[in-house]
Design a protein around this ligand. Sequence first.
Ligand code: ZN
Ligand code: ZN
Length: 431
Amino acid sequence: MFIALSLVAYRVYLLADSLLLPTNEEEIAAIRAIVERQNESAFYRPERKQLGRQPASASKNVYSGDLHVHTNISSDAYLFGNRMDMDTAYRIAKGERANSRTGERIELTRPLDFAALTDHAEGFGRRIACESADLSDAGREQCEETATPSLIGFLKMRGRAEQRPMIRDLSVFNDDVGLERNYAAQTWRQVQEAAERHYEPGAFTTFAAYEYSPALPDRGKHHRNIVFRSMDVPKYAVSGFDAVSEIDLWKDLEATCTNDCEFLTIPHNMNKTWGLAFSGETIDGVAYTEDDWKLRERNEPIVEMFQIKGNSECSVAFGAGDEECGYEQFFPPCDQGQETACIYSTSMARDGLQIGLALEDQIGVNPLEFGLIGSTDTHNSNPGDAEEWDFTGSTALAASPAERRMSDENVTGIRNNNPGGLAVVWAPEFA
Ligand SMILES: [Zn+2]
Ligand SMILES: [Zn+2]
């Protein structure tokens, strides 16, 4: 009995310890000193290539990029301690070297051809509010909490997001809905301006984009990235507070993205949707109508099947049992009665393709005839940094130094992250 209790106490201690992050410059300097002792040349280091324009080719070129990147605008990235902004992220994408806050090297062997920064729309406006002069005491308290790197703070934030409907905490906006709209629209304009600043026609393509991020229990998610074709975009980004489900998201976007505006939505982490990805039900259990499937068919031509939080292409439990499906699995297939932290037959992309064929027989269109991409979902402002040789985790201070991210005692799940993937386009030229 005593031994069992001691083991429980030890595990609680380990959990508490792994949830603590450095909170001030002195503590970060101590981590930097550990990083300096890391052997950075322990692994094979590929030769670096410069960004160059590929000549247009009728037989087509390969262009690679990342359509899923978080910077310091995302509240979770900020809580993990990431302070690198959108400009830094674009510079890294174009081949500039940088160091993380703890001094770990960030560099791409080959610069990207395109990138979209997809910060969580749910946090838009919050940093502007925190920097404004007329902040209420309650707002200031909230801002201080988010400025203190903390995994406990992250879990608290997530707990709020898991409520249905999602709880919109307006304290940083002095409980003023109008102010929230105003600041959120400002952040969205900054996202567009950063994309404009770094667009180099023919060499490096940028997009106005953001992430729509409703949360599910047990750290599940039902997220989509929204990418616009040009800078002709709606005035507001649609967050999980604005649209209760993907159906409302598409309806809102179709109503506001008009004239020359064009968009597409890209779901990710279908492995963490607890079966919702291709089930034909919304997060609140409402069945799709035929019109809803057609909305999806019009607006969702691609899925992100691989990223830092694992494989969403297929599971060995379903379909052909392809052994390659055993790669980067985060969860086992669901046991009888199990609802979360497992894979359903409606979770993975290959199963979705099959469901689409069956739907085509019923409704005359195939809403799940999608293309496949990888991306990173990095929260370190380092687009396309999907190489293993210098992978420094994806969650800033929560994954640094190396001994922290590789530690058996790190029970936060970060140890399972991989460097993620890339989106690849096969095209004659990139404008
Ligand atoms: Zn997400
Ligand atoms: Zn994301």
